[in-house]
Design a protein around this ligand. Structure first.
Ligand SMILES: [Zn+2]
Length: 135
């Protein structure tokens, strides 16, 4: 399965390096923002909705923040969007995991302010770059 990655502007926070990954096999795509946690995807599959045939399924996930958890040993990282009511609890757990050495100090939790559009870091630092391609 081959895919192409590029940067697009985030629909939620305006970050210019939200990652867009195109799947060349299915023509589906995924957008994820490392700053605010916004995610959007489009899947090429037909379905009936309200009597109409839709050619693709578009999913948009606005997010109250982003979680970047990087394993300190394997460097394997997970990006996830967060719900408003779980941010404080997850931030507290992440502080512990970083202090114990379980997670890398590059891990972070951010919070998105829907009123001002600002992204602030609760743990670590707000990323200035988008996802980097490994190759
Ligand atoms: Zn964003």
């Amino acid at each position: 399965m081959s895919s192409v990655q590029s940067y697009v502007k985030c629909n939620q926070c305006g970050f210019s390096e939200a990652s867009e990954v195109l799947d060349c096999g299915t023509n589906g795509w995924w957008v994820g923002c490392t700053r605010c946690g916004y995610q959007e995807s489009w899947e090429c599959k037909s379905r009936f909705s309200n009597g109409h045939l839709e050619r693709g399924v578009n999913e948009v996930h606005y997010s109250a923040g982003a979680l970047w958890a990087e394993d300190s040993k394997t460097r394997v990282a997970t990006l996830r969007g967060l719900a408003e009511n779980e941010i404080e609890e997850i931030a507290a757990k992440m502080r512990e995991a970083i202090a114990s050495g379980e997670l890398s100090s590059r891990s972070y939790v951010t919070k998105f302010n829907f009123v001002t559009g600002e992204v602030t870091a609760l743990v670590g630092q707000v990323p200035t770059r988008g996802l980097q391609t490994g190759e």
